[in-house]
Design a protein around this ligand. Structure first.
Ligand code: MN
Length: 333
């Protein structure tokens, strides 16, 4: 059995956290774990660096999530901290040193490839073959023999549906469907979950989308689509950061392209980049070379440069990826 089970069993006090700008997988994972550990009689606290975006408020039964920079009670000595859906300490911002200082052990539960040069020992629960962190949390709850209930099933289903983009990215693996089928037995009202995750666009968001989708630039003979979200756009349409997350998933649906890049301007000369690929190109190393990370076909990075500099780098790097792919094809063929 994986050592994580022993660590959880012997810990009495546990803090749960996830990456900055939390998403459906990170939040769903930590909330499912919260209810499971409470049921097992543990003292549990959920502490995140950023506030929960509006669309996930339906998950918050009982306001259990605390935001680190607003906490009323300091972090006390804690046996264990579990970090979900990342293995990158920098994505915990100022919370990371506090966890290091106050928790006897800090472990990652994640499905992202470990960062280059940051070895993780066997105590961390990492499986890059899992389609969501929620899937890993499901196996933890099962392994700990905590009986499933509705409070755990709703956030777990949310994790799986969110990270597989409605069961699109499951790599021929039946596990996400099998877990979902079991969770459906707990009256989770899946239509409500889908509505919160995918059917929650405000009229303002649709206006924003019409502007953004009208401004896609195509590069490399139409194989790469790039779109820029300017700093003022978010304020102009009254949007949360989280509301730009699904734009790139819409753009990648353009039939003729192979890859897409989104440039979100968070401050002057400061961009959040997101990359998507339909499967021919792997975009994980491109993100890593820019200081970020992610998966083979979905990755991202934060970068401080002017837009002109960044777009040049990104288009050049994609050109290399396409060339490498062509060469490998001709070698095989
Ligand atoms: Mn995830």
């Amino acid at each position: 059995m994986h050592p994580i089970f022993e660590h959880i069993k012997k810990a009495q006090s546990i803090v749960l956290s996830t990456h900055t700008q939390p998403d459906g997988d990170g939040l769903g994972s930590q909330l499912a774990m919260y209810w499971a550990l409470k049921k097992a009689g543990k003292t549990v606290r959920v502490l995140n660096v950023d506030e929960t975006p509006k669309k996930y408020h339906f998950l918050e039964q009982g306001q259990v999530i605390e935001t680190f920079n607003k906490i009323k009670n300091p972090i006390k000595k804690t046996d264990l901290a579990l970090i979900f859906d990342t293995n990158d300490p920098t994505l915990l911002l100022g919370l990371w040193p506090e966890l290091q200082k106050n928790c006897s052990r800090v472990l990652f539960i994640d499905h992202h490839p470990p960062l280059d040069g940051y070895p993780l020992d066997e105590n961390h629960f990492i499986d890059i073959g899992a389609s969501s962190t929620g899937q890993l949390v499901y196996s933890l709850i099962k392994g700990l023999e905590i009986p499933m209930d509705r409070q755990m099933a709703v956030p777990l289903y949310t994790s799986i549906v969110f990270d597989t983009n409605n069961f699109r990215y499951i790599r021929n693996d039946p596990t996400p469907h099998l877990i979902a089928a079991e969770l459906l037995r707990h009256q989770i009202e899946p239509q409500k979950v889908h509505r919160h995750l995918f059917g929650n666009h405000t009229a303002q968001k649709i206006k924003f989308l019409s502007q953004i989708l009208g401004s896609i630039d195509y590069h490399l003979d139409g194989r790469l689509a790039c779109v820029r979200v300017k700093k003022g756009d978010m304020e102009k349409f009254g949007l949360e950061m989280d509301e730009t997350r699904d734009i790139i998933d819409m753009i990648i649906n353009v039939e003729s392209i192979e890859a897409a890049a989104l440039f979100r301007e968070d401050a002057d000369n400061t961009f959040k980049l997101s990359f998507r690929s339909k499967g021919i190109l792997k975009v994980h190393h491109l993100a890593q070379s820019l200081g970020g990370g992610g998966h083979n076909y979905a990755s991202g990075a934060y970068i401080k440069k002017s837009y002109q500099e960044i777009i040049k780098i990104v288009v050049e790097e994609f050109e290399k990826l396409f060339d490498d792919h062509e060469h490998s094809k001709s070698r095989i063929g």
